[in-house]
Design a protein around this ligand. Structure first.
Ligand code: PLP
Length: 430
């Protein structure tokens, strides 16, 4: 590994001009210490930094790049598209293609509105749920992340149905007073919250596989239980599949677990690395969205031709026989290899795999929710993180982010990774 002098110099400049030197907080390496690598190019599974070092990438822009970096099919499609203009502010044929793919692949999607980010998709879906039900309150799970919209920046308040307190200054209490928080994987807590706020809850929103507190799988019956409770209380069930959509299964978590939500939010993979988001669901509910109905929601660049094109190529490639399952197989191989090497060095490790994403917790206790996730050893995570970075493997700089795999992560890349993992865990075991 070459010295990272150029990254260090750039980080210093960036911190003068941008809060923390970054455009999004996790990138600043706060949880693991050290200097983020400034990346100047990427191809397939590999990142290259400004000092000329190469890294196998398990961040993949936090999920979107399921075909790897600069996939030739995406580059070609984008090059063709950009020559015809970058935005028209009119409807286009290709939006229909993308939305038809989404509605064909995801059981719960009858109609879709395209937006520009996952955050925007979630904000809009909540507005829609409130418009549909005429109710104000929302239930979310501790440790689930739904973007940075005010009303969802709440995770504090363990215990059942405590009215939320904001997680960030600048979020008014009046906004989050309608947000109730319950533990993930805890049906009884959700039931109690619905019981305590009868006829006041518009929706429960959940990451069907949690991926923003590390990867935490839903326990058997949890999602179906939420489906039953929401139905019994005439509230909507919203699956936030911004991360899980096309990552945990080709038909999303809703296809994998065969539980159909009323509304679904998407982002990440459906833009193939360009900014996009989407929300959709039942036709009768979506009919409320302007201009077909009164619930207002709009966007200057929504349905952007470049983002739509990258999304179409990505989803079409994933339909080719064997592609998605090959990525899932490499993911499983990585997870198995990681676990067996940890066992060999007697390092306690819990690994969760969900299709093409996985997560590692350095703990000997099962992880089922935020309380158990936060018992994991983050110091050890940081140690392994840096030992891997030194060996050319780039994980997310936080225990509480998922690892993502792409179609470019072939046998050689995975073998290289597992060799690095072996050496890193040997260091860590001392
Ligand atoms: C990433 C993510 C979001 C936010 O999407 P952005 O495009 O970053 O605004 C929302 N929900 C989930 C589950 C996510 O993983």
């Amino acid at each position: 590994m070459k010295p990272i002098t150029e990254s260090e110099a750039l980080f210093k400049s960036a911190r003068q001009l941008m809060p923390g030197g970054v455009s999004s907080p996790v990138r600043a390496f706060k949880a693991v210490g050290g200097t983020p690598r400034f990346i100047c190019r990427a191809a397939g599974a590999w990142l290259e930094d400004v000092d000329g070092n190469r890294y196998v990438d398990y961040v993949l822009s936090y999920g979107p790049l399921i075909l790897g970096h600069a996939h030739p099919a995406i580059v070609n499609a984008l090059t063709g598209t950009i020559r015809r203009g970058t935005a028209y502010g009119t409807p286009t044929r290709r939006e229909i293609t993308l939305v038809r793919l989404i509605t064909t692949l995801l059981p719960g999607m009858d109609m879709v509105r395209l937006v520009n980010s996952g955050t925007e998709a979630v904000m809009s879906a909540l507005r829609l749920a409130r418009a549909w039900t005429g109710r104000d309150r929302i239930i979310k799970c501790t440790g689930n992340y739904h973007g940075h919209a005010d009303s969802l920046l709440v995770q504090a308040g363990s215990g059942v149905a405590t009215l939320g307190l904001p997680d960030s200054p600048g979020v008014p209490e009046s906004t989050v007073k309608n947000t109730l928080v319950v533990p993930y994987n805890d049906l009884a807590a959700a039931e109690a919250a619905f019981g305590a706020h009868r006829k006041r809850i518009a929706a429960m929103i959940v990451e069907p596989v949690a991926g923003n507190m590390g990867v935490v799988l839903p326990q058997k019956g949890y999602l179906q239980g939420l489906r039953d409770i929401t139905r019994a209380h005439d509230a909507l069930l919203i699956f936030d599949e911004v991360m899980t959509g096309f990552r945990v299964h080709p038909s999303g978590a809703q296809g994998l677990y065969q539980v159909t939500p009323d509304l679904t939010t998407l982002g990440k993979v459906i833009g193939g690395g360009l900014p996009i988001g989407a929300y959709g669901g039942r036709r009768d509910i979506m009919a409320l969205v302007a201009p077909s109905g009164p619930m207002y929601q709009a966007g200057t660049l929504s349905g952007n031709p470049l983002a739509v094109e990258a999304g179409i190529v990505t989803l079409e490639k994933l339909q080719e026989p064997g592609i998605w399952s090959r990525i899932a197989r490499q993911t499983a191989r990585l997870a198995r290899g990681w676990k067996s090497r940890a066992e060999a060095y007697r390092i306690p490790l819990e690994v969760a795999v969900a299709g093409t994403m996985f997560g590692c917790f350095y703990t000997d206790q099962p992880v089922i929710d935020w309380n158990t996730a936060k018992r994991a050893d983050t110091t050890r995570y940081a140690g392994v993180f840096h030992a891997l970075l030194e060996r050319g493997v780039h994980l997310a700089p936080s225990q509480y982010e998922a690892c993502f795999v792409s179609s470019a992560h072939d046998d050689d890349v995975v073998s290289h990774t597992l060799d690095a993992v072996d050496a890193a865990l040997a260091d860590e075991a001392g």
